[in-house]
Write a protein that binds this ligand. Structure first.
Ligand code: BES
Ligand code: ZN
Length: 456
């Protein structure tokens, strides 16, 4: 093993340089003008997978962005790990708030700043380099390894589920390994055993057939912006409880044991508030911040637009108002059912003086992985060996919808071995990733592959 770990230490600068090359490609999946850049990122990664010595490296075209697969089967009797990652990134907007250009990786205080540095180029690249460290040192891989890298995670993976359904043999495995989550804190390795699901909605309120003079018509015609604000305000009460009929019906309650485990996790509420420049936190009454942010469902406006937004004042009664609203879900809430309940509730709140329309965007199922799963134990040990600190187990509030699909279609659990931190600023300006965690991540991945046969 030390040959592999030595190779990682000796080559870490080369690995960083390669990661930076990937970070320079603006593979923003939601932006159609970036389609060729997403292709370019797929090309870069497939070349990497070939160069490190994997077999059957294939770039599968889809109606959207490509899916890359590759494998190294050493022995049919050994466990097979399917490594998943995504090479698409969120848009850099608002770009003016970046201190350095989002697609020009810049090192500051041991961190690399770039869109996708943590989510998920930096994190998923750790596994490519870990597998390289076996293949390029002539050390036999302790397990069979497969890769699946997609370019549409940030837009809800529309082409991945059909791909998995059609390629069950190609992807057959004993478990999935994913690094696309965060650790509990700096130098505090953690295994994520739960993720929330998602139902993402859009609401449009149409009033009169054109924008009106707010003096001439104001008071006599209902204002879609006022109506939308009113509807939104009725979706949650002052205790943070969501007011959609049936919303909580399938929510698995937190058991006293689960709550006890939550209370033991290190959390500094004052530091949490200070980091966000907030006087107070807010959430569902009766639950702690950690519970609210990972084990309870939410409803949040993600975008809101109507009326005049430029400089100065314009007296106008807008004809339309719209909002994007997402709900994070927990077991056993079903995204389609929640989307329907949301639509029904919003329509029931709409007055006849306007027309309200509700659309559903992508969704995703929540997941919780059994803490007794042997893969989690091997991952925890690998973390402990590299970080020299015992790993914690935590649930997270973000979503990786494909995790539930892997469970349903391939019948396998996912091991969420995150090397990120909440301070990485995912989806925000100035996203970054610790280069120390990039290095330790590669080592943890390599150690995990080594330990796994002992645990299976
Ligand atoms: N890497 C994140 C998910 C994540 C972040 C999990 C932090 C746990 C902690 C992922 O790339 C992401 O942002 N997913 C989207 C999913 C959506 C677009 C379907 C999300 O959570 O908003
Ligand atoms: Zn991600």
């Amino acid at each position: 093993m030390s040959t592999v770990q030595d190779y990682i230490d000796k080559n870490i600068e080369t690995f960083q340089g390669q990661l930076f090359e990937l970070l320079r490609i603006p593979s923003v999946s939601t932006d159609s003008s970036r389609k060729s850049d997403v292709q370019k990122a797929a090309g870069f990664l497939s070349t990497q997978l070939k160069e490190i010595g994997l077999d059957k490296v294939t770039v599968h075209e889809t109606p959207g962005h490509p899916i890359i697969t590759a494998e190294k089967i050493v022995n049919e009797n050994r466990p097979t790990v399917l490594i998943y990652g995504h090479y698409d990134v969120q848009p850099p907007d608002p770009e003016e708030l970046w201190d350095t250009p989002p697609f020009e990786p810049t090192i500051k205080n041991g961190r690399v700043y770039a869109r996708g540095a943590s989510d998920d180029k930096g994190q998923s690249f750790t596994h490519i380099k870990s597998v390289e460290s076996y293949l390029q040192t002539g050390t036999e891989l302790p397990v069979n390894v497969k890769f699946i890298l997609e370019g549409e995670e940030e837009i809800g993976s529309p082409n991945l589920v059909p791909f998995i359904k059609e390629n069950k043999d190609l992807l057959s495995c004993d478990m999935v390994l994913i690094s696309d989550t965060a650790m509990f804190g700096e130098d505090q390795p953690s295994i994520t055993y739960g993720l929330r699901g998602l139902a993402y909605m859009e609401v449009h309120v149409q009033g009169p057939n054109r924008d009106l003079h707010s003096g001439v018509y104001g008071g006599a015609v209902n204002n879609p912006a006022n109506v939308l604000a009113d509807i939104i305000s009725k979706l949650k009460d002052e205790d943070g409880v969501i007011q959609i009929d049936g919303f909580y019906d399938d929510v698995e309650p937190l058991t006293p044991e689960m709550r006890e485990a939550y209370s033991k996790l290190p959390h500094d509420e004052e530091a949490y508030k200070k980091d966000l420049d907030l006087k107070e936190v807010f959430g569902e009454k009766g639950y702690s911040t950690l519970e609210r942010a990972s084990a309870r469902p939410t409803l949040d406006v993600n975008g809101l637009w109507s009326g005049y937004q430029k400089e100065g004042a314009k007296t106008v009664l807008p004809a339309k108002a719209s909002a994007k609203i997402s709900m994070r879900l927990v077991p056993d809430q079903h995204p389609d059912k929640i989307a329907k309940l949301f639509e029904k509730q919003v329509l029931s709140l709409a007055p006849d003086s306007v027309t309200v329309n509700v659309e559903a965007h992508h969704g995703g199922h929540p997941v919780v992985i059994d803490l007794d799963y042997y893969g989690l134990k091997a991952a925890a040990q690998a973390f402990e060996d590299v970080y020299e600190k015992e790993a914690l187990y935590s649930r997270e509030g973000g979503s990786i919808p494909i995790v539930a699909d892997f469970q349903k279609i391939l019948g396998v659990n996912s091991i969420l071995m995150g090397f990120g931190l909440t301070k990485d600023a995912l989806h925000s300006p100035n996203e970054s990733f610790s280069l120390k965690d990039f290095h330790r991540g590669i080592k943890t991945s390599a150690r995990f592959l080594e330990l796994l046969p002992e645990y299976s």
